[in-house]
Design a protein around this ligand. Sequence first.
Ligand code: ADP
Length: 207
Amino acid sequence: MSRAKGFISFEGIEGSGKSTQAKRLAGYFRSKGKKVIHTAEPGGTNIGQKIRELLLEPENHMEPLTELLLYYASRAQHVREVIYPAILDDTIVITDRFSDSTVAYQGYARGIDLKLLSRLSDIVNPDLKPFLTFMLDLDVEEGLKRNKKASKKDRFELEAVEFHTRVRKGFLQIASEEPERVKMIDASRSQDEISEDIIKIIEEQWR
Ligand code: ADP
């Protein structure tokens, strides 16, 4: 699977600041005159948005395999409708979550065989890996606290702290396996400090 240069993902637990930092990075690229889109998973398309509602609705008691396949269904649509065309059009794509989230949540936290995830990825997003992934690392309880302001908790925010701890460990494992692509960011700091770090890495890598 090759890393597409104009494709950047943000990963991390709930409330780690992914969407805040993705928005800031999109603003940075725009200020440099580059074409950029900021998108998110699950979602990113009309169909993906409907799948997202199914996935996040707290009343849905969903089988882990159903959950997994819905994530891949959302991604199948997202890569074909949005990500591949944008990359071909020289537009930078910044996504809030991509396949590392599937490995961390459905693999490490739910316990689905990682080999199955890898086989599905080969079908759903062949030849597509982010060029850079910013892994926003934060204490689980701090992340859940930051997200408390949201009026209604989604199905994942309602999971126990132990679940989110397994997710975080999964993310750390992924980062340790692919240090060139996955950049660990200490997300306990201020928004400005974090985005300064991110832009520094972008400027180093974007030569
Ligand atoms: P995520 O997309 O990872 O769930 P968000 O970017 O939505 O996280 O941020 C979750 C909440 O935390 C928001 O209310 C946001 O304003 C706040 N937030 C984001 N970054 C920071 C930070 N560095 N320090 C404190 N609060 C933050």
